[in-house]
Design a protein around this ligand. Structure first.
Ligand code: AFP
Length: 280
């Protein structure tokens, strides 16, 4: 594995217990908003500053960007890392799962998903795990004391899908999205917890489909291309799944802005094929 990519993976694993340990005292609002207009928690700012410090110090990392900052920070020369420091931070108050997402782009940002050379996410669940994709394969690690120990190599989505989870309010789903959910809910169990990483890891583990779809009130959906949809789409595709914006791979979505949003659908190829056939 390229040294820089391995260094990014290890730095995120090393930061994970510190992020987790820093959560209890940082559940309150920070009194500021991120570039997407979402109110920040103190924990969002803490995780962002810690990851900038750690990832910015790596040789071969040239830029650090995050969901919490207006623009990318120049930290040297090399890859651009795009980070969602605390995915699902609104789950902190009710003490539910959250994650950290990182994408390693061999291009300046905003970049295409096709410029990704690696991507990973940490899941702060009952235990702390990391899924990391590089060179077409996904490895799952157990993260303890800042060390990543291999749990499963060559992780792939199981054949028979069993779960689904769609974001947004049901009345705000366009008719074609509602028709698709009507179709799959007779076959699959609902698993939606409000943190993309928790819900996507259900799909990676059991097969199925996760989506934050286009909405009547937000045709672009909610999730950010650079920090959430590209990295997680890359991981799902490396695990033999499919990603889609409704018409084709999320990795082919044209990058027009650092904080642009896109509808996103991720999971078992046959379910994504059916989705694209259903959506107008
Ligand atoms: P927060 O970081 O504000 O909790 O948002 C989490 C998220 O970006 C993503 O992780 C979820 O899939 C989605 O938003 C949840 O959105 P809803 O609250 O609309 O279900």
């Amino acid at each position: 594995m390229a040294d820089t990519v391995a260094a990014v993976r290890d730095a995120v694993a090393a930061a994970a217990p510190e992020i987790r340990a820093g959560l209890p005292g940082r559940r309150e609002q920070a009194g500021s908003e991120n570039p997407s207009g979402e109110r920040r928690l103190a924990a969002d700012e803490y995780a962002d500053e810690l990851l900038e410090e750690r990832l910015g110090a790596i040789d071969g990392v040239g830029a650090y960007a995050s969901e919490e900052r207006e623009s990318a920070v120049d930290v040297g020369s090399g890859y651009s890392v795009a980070v969602d420091p605390l995915d699902g931070s609104s789950n902190l108050k009710p003490n539910n799962v959250m994650g950290t997402i990182v994408g390693v782009y061999d291009a300046s940002l905003p970049a295409s998903g096709r410029d990704l050379v690696a991507a990973g996410y940490v899941l702060y669940g009952p235990i702390t795990t990391m899924a990391f994709a590089h060179e077409g394969t996904v490895t799952e690690y157990l993260v303890e004391d800042g060390e990543a120990t291999t749990l499963n190599e060559d992780v792939t989505l199981p054949e028979d899908p069993t779960v689904y989870g769609f974001g947004g309010r049901v009345p705000d789903w366009p008719a074609d999205v509602a028709a698709y959910v009507d179709d799959v809910e007779s076959e699959l169990k609902l698993r939606y917890g409000g943190a993309m990483i928790g819900d996507v890891n259900q799909v990676l583990t059991y097969g199925g489909v996760f989506a934050y779809p286009k909405l009547e009130s937000a045709p672009e959906g909610k999730l950010r291309l650079q920090f959430e949809c590209n990295p997680v789409g890359y991981i799902i595709e490396c695990a033999g799944g499919r990603s889609s914006d409704g018409t084709g791979s999320v990795l082919d979505v044209d990058p027009t802005g650092l904080h642009q949003r896109t509808p996103v659908y991720l999971g078992t190829p046959s379910l994504i094929d059916r989705l694209e056939a259903t959506l107008d």
